[in-house]
Design a protein. Sequence first.
Length: 88
Amino acid sequence: MVATSNQSVVDFALVDNRKDRPIRHLIFAPKPVLEYAVVHEMCHLKHRNHEPEFWDLVGRVLPDWQERKTWLDKNEHMLGWEKVEPLV
Ligand SMILES: [Zn+2]
């Protein structure tokens, strides 16, 4: 199965329903990070958890997934629709 539109990406996100994380904002993420999010959700079609087998599968598709995930974990809050107030 291949994502053909941003709506497909949103649909994939519904697989990972343990997170309360809207994926629509990822359209503003760098393409490698968006790819990671799609691959992550597609791998949940086989493994509905984050056990080592899941991450092994992610790694077979994206060997550098950890770098992409680190970027997302660090910057995701900057991708929201809400205005981000500067730190004082
Ligand atoms: Zn997940």
